[in-house]
Design a protein around this ligand. Sequence first.
Ligand code: PBG
Length: 329
Amino acid sequence: MYPLRRNRILRNNSAIRHLVRETILTPSDFLVPLFVVEGHRVKEEIPSMPNYYRLSLDNLEKEAKELWKMGLCAVLLFVKIPENLKDNQGKEALNEHGLMQRAIKAVKNACPEMLVMTDVALDPYSTYGHDGIVADGIILNDATNEILAEMSISHALAGADFVAPSDMMDGRIRIIREALEDEELTSTGIMSYGAKYASGFYGPFRDALDSAPVASDEVPGNKQTYQMDPANRLEAVKEAKMDIEEGADIIMVKPGLCYLDIVRDIRNEIDVPIAVYQVSGEYAMLKAAAEKGWLDHDSVMMEQLISIKRAGASIIASYFAKEAVALMS
Ligand code: PBG
């Protein structure tokens, strides 16, 4: 008789499906991105990210406590900087009383055990919306690295557990690691956005922080000279390996869904944890389709998240974290 093996036996009922399930999502898989703004009692919904908010520090503390209660134990902080504090050097990024520095302290104050990671890049602080210093039509690499290192020290001194450079300058991981060592900040980790693509999926995030690169005579309105070309695969493995050699503790791949082949490639080649960032545009797409009644929100959300983990992610940065965890209990 053929077939001798009946594959459906392992799918017959919920008990057997659970028993043989290879990938299981838990609250501790998630890293929760949070957007912070100045002000008091601010909770502004981001138009292109329904059900996601910019929070002032008081509400950030509340949110951290709520996340902790749900079993979500790691956050990734982003700040929206007022226009008048932006410049080409990202000076405000180094202000020890700046919004990021206060946000780190607020989360630690509300929730001392919460793991706090911080975005390290100049774009929210830059008048150009670029991740580095602009000069003569280009984004300067080495001069930017010096500032990223100082920024990392400032975040670490404020209490950040990990700094997460998302700028894609060459050599920044080594410069940041060395700077942290020089300051004896030896327990601060580095999560490197090692394979970050020049993606259209970051649109809603740039709305959230008002940080989109502006095209001008001086400089292009895209990040293609530093973020990676979506057409490339080998380059991702090379970049990830270099970042690890330079001292990265965790490698991030970003965006998520379109790049799961990259996640698997890197997983097969390296031995540090991989984080995957399911970015703002991925969130917005599902919200929009669900709003129209074209996709079932919860089942598609869970399918996407499990796929990210199955591809090789140890950590998933996702705007869906809270909604997903609420479904798990
Ligand atoms: C800043 C940064 C960006 C994102 C994370 N860090 C935007 C960008 O590179 O332009 C995008 C995250 C998202 O879309 O959810 N360097």
